[in-house]
Design a protein around this ligand. Sequence first.
Ligand code: AMP
Ligand code: ZN
Ligand code: FE
Ligand code: FE
Length: 288
Amino acid sequence: MQIDLHTHSNGSDGTLTPAQLMHAASVAGLDVIGLTDHDTTVGWDAAVRELQTVRRRIGLARGAEISCQTDEHISVHLLGLLFDPSEPKLATTLATTRDDRVPRMHAMIAKLNLAGIAVTFADVEQQVATGATLGRPHLADALIALGVVKDRGQAFDQYLNNDSPFYVGHISPNPIDAINLVNGAGGVSILAHPGANARNDQISETAIAEITAMAESGLTAIEVDHRDHNPAIRTQLRRIAADLGLLVTGASDFHGTGKLNVLGENQTSETVWDELVARSSGVEVIFG
Ligand code: AMP
Ligand code: ZN
Ligand code: FE
Ligand code: FE
């Protein structure tokens, strides 16, 4: 089985519509795809509708990638899968995060304008699908359209990365709260790419302590096999997962043409997938 549990559509910062993503999954030969747009479930219905028309029988795990922040303001991404989207506390938290991304975008634009880069909010809005979660990649796309940078990668390297003077954060839940919200809505929670920003090829002691606290709060799995993890990080994360009794997943984090990541390039085992489904009760897996 070909199982890829972490992908983005243009419901957030991917470049394919949810419908196009289902077809791309079919062409890529996937048996299971997770749709995990940032802080939203907006693409779920369109993906479900389109699934009936793809050539291959595919299971769709509906989910979201929740932007979180630790109390020390470290960014953490949490994948929630198979949760009930109408659970009010979770829905409100996601909406609050999405809403705050608008003033956050204005603040980043203001900083760029002060540095002489004449990008406007209207320029960014042109890059965002209706109803999608607004993010830095849309600002990157606006900078590309203006000829300031050649691609998203250059935009992040020069202007938009977390350490840049133009970076502004947004309201987001603590990862422990997010785990409780996802689990409370009948979902399973997966710590996304925890080694993506690791320094010196090492998960820090601080990060291990945080992952331990998340495990104690009901975290289900760690995403180990991910493009942004080198072999040393993967080995270390597998050991941490084993020590904490957590499942291990892998996924592409596909963003269409917004990133180099290719559908199915990293995958989750069938055993782990079955276990994730068994532990969830929010929504069913949809089969096309
Ligand atoms: P935001 O959610 O607005 O904070 O933006 C973060 C998103 O930007 C992440 O989900 C990434 O997918 C995307 N991103 C981060 N770095 C890069 C990069 N170098 N190239 C393309 N996309 C990136
Ligand atoms: Zn993204
Ligand atoms: Fe992420
Ligand atoms: Fe992602």
